[in-house]
Design a protein around this ligand. Structure first.
Ligand code: AMP
Length: 437
């Protein structure tokens, strides 16, 4: 299958070929023709599948069909949960529209609104936005959604997780009822189905690959360890392995900061990326990590979501997530594009039930090891960690600070995950419990 056979125009084909893409990814192959037919689409896909081009390319084709109005109203709106993802999506839109008379911009909170407003004033065809800033500017009458023809909800599951349902409802009321709707989600919980039912009209369901577990290329291992020995163990693993680029996940922002400091004291360059960090700090951390100046990036789940980090050899779960699906998202950061990767989890007694749930979700028993000198504490309780220690996802997400578009561009071309979907089986109960944390 070629991009040409999908019915895309020469200008779009040229942009696609400039990106180095030779053939459409599975999600693109399925979604593009349907979107061009102006169908509402409910797509199961997450970051890494090539979903962004999957919706952007046909939108560009549709918008560039007739004559452009002199005053350009916003005709397509892409809503994303995080500022990083918004910046990333907009970078893609810009690349794919390089040879078209289409204007686009991105707006998100945490930065001065003035430059965003002045770009909007000049007229844009495609707007990529996070819900908060969008409503904010709308309330100030600085933008109008009255001419929206196409709406994309990107990573809709994450948007609901982050508590954006009310904002989404408000935004829906600002757009014309007659429009094309595209909803992308990595998982299909009951809430997502309800949202889809309320927004989409006779949607066509598109799945990149069958429901599946984790990718074969990722080797997964658990180290059983006493809670107090985790820092020592992670430093040992990174030092002994002489690993140069490691993404480490913690459950809390404070945990991320603490670990980062200890790494630095141990002589390992590290930076933390989470919701309490300023935009500047996040941008700098990510850029340093991508360039190789920073060996270890310590991240919380929300902050890491949507980051386009190429070919990551090592992902370490310093703590297991209390939402099993997050484990799948986390380890999906390694083993991209068929490259092999390693996902390690440091598991203390109080995370035993999390591990059990994760193994149930991914459908395998993850092999476990004990390293001499870092043994688990035989007397520690296996009671799960108290919920209050879990990080307050909803609060954290609302405070997410952005990275600028300049550091989140197309640095890893040709890296959509062509093999297996990382879409986990559903585990709704756990998800809804943890959301109340
Ligand atoms: P996404 O899932 O949209 O975040 O895309 C993941 C990565 O795959 C990005 O770095 C894209 O540039 C890349 N990509 C998207 N489509 C293709 C394609 N057809 N061939 C190769 N790489 C692609």
């Amino acid at each position: 299958m070629s991009f040409k056979s999908l019915g895309l125009s020469d200008s779009i084909l040229k942009a696609v070929s400039n990106q180095g893409y030779t053939e459409p990814s599975p999600i693109q192959e399925k979604a593009i023709p349907l979107i061009l037919e102006r169908k509402d689409v409910l797509a199961s896909a997450q970051t890494g599948t090539g979903k962004t081009a999957g919706f952007t390319l046909p939108i560009l084709q549709i918008l560039s069909r007739g004559q452009q109005l002199r005053h350009r109203p916003i005709r397509a709106l892409v809503l994303t949960p995080t500022r990083e993802l918004a910046a990333q999506v907009h970078d893609n839109v810009k690349s794919y529209s390089a040879f078209l008379d289409i204007k686009s911009t991105v707006i998100f909170g945490g930065v001065n609104q003035r430059p965003q407003v002045s770009t909007l004033r000049n007229g844009v065809d495609i707007l990529v936005a996070t819900p908060g800033r969008l409503l904010d500017l709308h309330n100030q009458r600085l933008l109008s959604l009255a001419k929206i023809e196409i709406l994309v909800l990107d990573e809709a599951d994450r948007m609901l997780d982050m508590g954006f349902k009310r904002d989404i409802d408000k935004i829906m009321a600002l757009m014309p009822a007659r429009r094309q709707n595209l909803l992308f989600s990595a998982t299909f919980s009951r809430e997502i189905k309800n949202l889809a039912n309320s927004i989409l009209h006779h949607p066509v369901l598109v799945e990149a690959t069958p429901e599946n577990t984790t990718v074969d290329a990722i080797s997964q291992k658990v180290y059983r360890v006493a809670k107090g020995l985790k820092t020592g163990l992670i430093i040992k693993l990174i030092s002994d392995g002489n690993w140069k680029q490691v993404l480490v996940f913690t459950r809390t922002k404070h945990g991320a900061n603490r670990l980062c400091k200890k790494m630095i004291s141990a002589g390992i360059s590290a930076a933390a990326i989470h919701g309490n960090k300023s935009q500047g700090a996040r941008t700098k951390a990510l850029a340093g990590f991508k360039k190789g100046d920073v060996r270890v990036l310590v991240a919380t789940d929300i902050a890491a979501r949507g980051l386009d980090i190429p070919l990551l050899p090592h992902v370490i779960n310093f703590e297991l997530p209390n939402i099993s699906e997050d484990y799948v998202h986390r380890i999906g950061r390694t083993g991209r594009a068929g490259a092999s990767g390693e996902a390690l989890s440091l598991v203390s007694a109080d995370e035993t039930s999390y591990l059990r749930d994760i193994e149930k979700l991914v459908g395998i028993k993850i092999s476990s090891e004990i390293i001499e000198g870092f043994e688990p504490d035989p007397n520690a309780s296996t009671e799960p960690i108290k919920k209050s220690q879990g990080g307050g996802r909803r609060n954290q997400s609302r405070n997410n600070k952005p990275s600028s578009s300049s550091d989140s561009g197309n640095s890893n071309k040709n890296t959509y995950r062509s093999n297996k979907s990382r879409r986990p089986k559903q585990n709704n109960d756990r998800r809804s419990n943890s959301r109340r944390n």
